[in-house]
Design a protein around this ligand. Structure first.
Ligand SMILES: [Zn+2]
Length: 393
């Protein structure tokens, strides 16, 4: 396992590039490896022969690729390494551990005080990881990496850029805090970006290298994926779709601007409007239930949210023209109720193909697989599998 960790961490050697490409995709053909690593076919072939001899790469099922011989799929020996993902919630922390075949071998959560600090979390995570790694027969330091999903943008250096649901974490160097406790590579990213990685690895965007994710939850977030890479922008805060300003005189947003998409389509806003109308305090879950039950006032609130959300997506489509929008977050659990309204308003605010160019299709809008926040923990694991957002040396 130690030998594999060294190969996996080597960013330059062909073997490192090959194993990281397989880790990101799961199971892959030699032809796909040539394409995704940019290495010569002969180099990939030599590396694969060596990795198979050493028991690191396994030849799996064959897949028929149209005419010609079936394609042999390659995967990593799952016992060669494990990755951990951590999600920081309000009053709880969730941890998942996966093997290299993308199978979750451990998934648990533990409660924390509401105002816990990153240092408190790092100590508890270390203790819990030690316990779980012990069951797997490995030391924590043998993990290929630990991914941290944070409910705020994270800089390339590992600094939390704003507060979101854990406001006191703003400005904290999360890379430094966790590397003091855990002796393995640390990766950290915004949870919407982690969500996109989870959808690419296990969910609605498997096999789709270009897509845009919109997450409609209590807040609104998102991710842009181009050629299989989640785009972070110059500072790490790309795709903050919740803060697309749609009305310069609109409601004041927590970011300091007015009329941001989140102030219209964020779950916090929908709950507030529902509470104003009914005088009753409700959770986002209750809100969702009442929409599904057909309550006319709640349905109207969703329609209004979808109007602004479709407008925001239309702006994004005008800039990027993605083939696919993946819709995540709790509002996406409304399924067709929300998606049909989004499609209607997206069509009103995006460039539509003319009748004589029917070969130009509109992007597909589909519900993601991971709708509850806690499943974003898988995206934190995927940070390690995709070697995305590494914040320690
Ligand atoms: Zn804003």
């Amino acid at each position: 396992m130690h030998e594999f960790k060294e190969i996996f961490a080597d960013r330059e050697a062909p073997a490192g590039r090959v194993v990281r490409a397989i880790a990101a995709i799961g199971s892959v053909s030699a032809t796909q490896l040539v394409k995704s690593t940019g290495l010569a076919r002969s180099t990939v072939s030599t590396v694969l022969t060596d990795l198979k001899d050493r028991g690191i790469v396994l030849e799996g099922e064959t897949r028929s690729a149209g005419f010609g011989r079936p394609t042999q799929l390659l995967s990593l020996n799952p016992t060669q390494g494990f990755c951990a993902g951590i999600l920081f919630g309000l009053g709880e922390v969730r941890v998942a551990i996966c093997d290299l075949a993308h199978t979750v071998v451990s998934d648990f959560w533990f409660e924390m005080p509401q105002d816990y600090t990153p240092s408190d979390a790092a100590v508890r995570v270390r203790l819990q990881l030690e316990e779980e790694c012990d069951k797997l027969g490995i030391a924590t330091s043998e993990l290929l990496g630990v991914g941290l999903a944070v409910s705020a943008p994270v800089s390339y250096e590992g600094q939390v850029l704003n507060g979101s649901i854990l406001p006191t974490w703003c400005g904290i160097d999360i890379a430094q805090v966790f590397s003091r406790e855990i002796d393995c590579p640390i990766f950290a990213e915004n949870e919407s970006h982690c969500g996109a990685l989870a959808e690419m690895t296990w969910g609605a965007a498997v096999g789709e290298p270009n897509f845009v994710l919109f997450k409609f939850d209590l807040g609104v977030g998102g991710a842009v994926v181009i050629n299989g890479i989640v785009q972070r922008g110059a500072f790490g805060n790309a795709a903050e779709f919740g803060h697309i300003s749609l009305n310069p005189h609109g409601p004041l947003c927590r970011c300091g601007n007015r009329g941001c998409l989140e102030t219209y389509a964020g779950g916090f806003n929908l709950i507030r409007l529902a509470e104003q109308a009914t005088g009753e305090r409700i959770s986002i879950e209750t809100f969702i239930e009442r929409v599904k039950a057909g309550n006319a006032s709640y349905r109207r609130l969703v329609e209004d949210a979808a109007e602004m959300a479709g407008w925001g997506m239309g702006i994004t489509s005008t800039i990027l023209s993605p083939p696919l929008f993946v819709i995540a977050g709790k509002l996406a659990s409304l399924g067709e109720i929300f998606i049909t309204a989004l499609e209607k308003h997206f069509a009103r605010h995006s460039v539509q193909p003319p009748p004589h160019a029917r070969h130009i299709r509109n992007p597909k809008i589909m519900v993601g697989k991971f709708l509850a926040n806690d499943d974003t923990v898988l995206g934190a694991v995927a940070l390690v599998l995709h070697q995305h957002g590494r914040v320690t040396a």
